[in-house]
Write a protein that binds this ligand. Structure first.
Ligand code: CO8
Length: 254
């Protein structure tokens, strides 16, 4: 059964994440589903903006930790695994994301890959990878630091603490904050407005703004290699085991 649904209205393609029981954790299969939905909408002539939202209480709990616990270093290198979706950075149409609850780890990276971020007033954003002795592998160190600057990025990535919607807005990670109960309507209204403008021009604006991300590609490759190294280390194995066993991790710094 699919963990997402796709609706189309007024030039907007709306992807609703709904992986029940795992808070939209990004298993490989779920990532493939999201990637396929994004590519389909990017290739649909009548669609000029894409909206991503969650049907659950949280936006996304990040990479699927249970699945990652089973993966070897050889596998993650062979797959160039990132713990997140892969197609989003290549989508040519503007992507709006509606965030409620928590956007954690890979879920926050997904947000960072989008173009306009609409947050519910009680939404939170965090990169808790460090609590698992892991690090982002899908641009979390790269896009986050470029958006919020070095010192806030370091604080979030090295302590795992979360930002409220207000703090994320002040830091530049969020475009707009709306009351919780208006999130879907407001995000859809923004998506419809973007979709009402000339598609070729909104796509060129998106491409031009993204051109400001100098050296992003190199940074992403180096980050991914460093992320893969985690899978060879004792502390990472301990971190994911501790999460699954719902206990505190005992790191040995190796
Ligand atoms: N992966 C797999 N399962 C998950 C995940 C996840 N990321 N998050 C939650 N779940 C599961 C829980 O295990 C639980 O399952 P069960 O009922 O069978 O025990 C179910 O979803 C519901 O979760 P909770 O009961 O914990 O729900 P709460 O509302 O109490 O808490 C939280 C919600 C705060 C989101 C909490 O679930 C949480 O902290 N989740 C983990 C968040 C996290 O650390 N995410 C980052 C993962 S790392 C990442 O995304 C970047 C890639 C790095 C890869 C390397 C890391 C291994």
């Amino acid at each position: 059964m699919s963990s997402l649904s796709v609706k189309q209205y007024d030039g907007v393609g709306h992807i609703i994440l709904n992986r029940v029981g795992a808070l939209n954790a990004l298993s490989r299969e779920f990532c493939h589903e999201i990637d396929d939905a994004l590519r389909d909408l990017d290739n649909t002539e009548s669609i000029h903006a894409i909206l991503i939202s969650s049907a659950l209480k949280h936006f996304c709990a990040g990479a699927d930790i249970r699945e990652m616990a089973e993966m070897t270093a050889e596998e993650v290198i062979a797959e160039q695994f990132t713990g997140c979706v892969s197609s989003l950075p290549d989508i040519s149409k503007p992507v709006i994301v509606a965030v409620k609850g928590l956007a954690a780890g890979g879920g926050c990276e997904l947000v960072e890959m989008c173009d306009i971020v609409i947050a519910a007033a009680t939404a939170r954003f965090c990169h808790p990878e460090i609590t698992l002795a892991a690090m982002p592998g899908a641009g979390g160190t790269q896009r986050l630091a470029r958006v919020v600057g070095k010192h806030i990025a370091m604080d979030l990535l090295l302590t795992g603490r979360s930002l409220s919607a207000d703090e994320a807005f002040a830091a530049g990670l969020v475009s707009r904050i709306v009351p919780d109960e208006q999130l879907e309507d407001e995000a859809l209204a923004v998506a419809k407005q973007v979709a009402s403008f000339s598609g070729p021009v909104t796509r060129r604006i998106k491409a031009s703004v993204n051109d400001t991300q100098v050296n992003l590609e190199t940074g992403l490759i180096v980050e991914r290699d460093r992320f893969h190294r985690c899978f060879t280390e004792h502390d990472f194995r301990e971190g994911v085991r501790a999460f699954i066993e719902k206990r505190r991790a005992n790191f040995l710094h190796r």
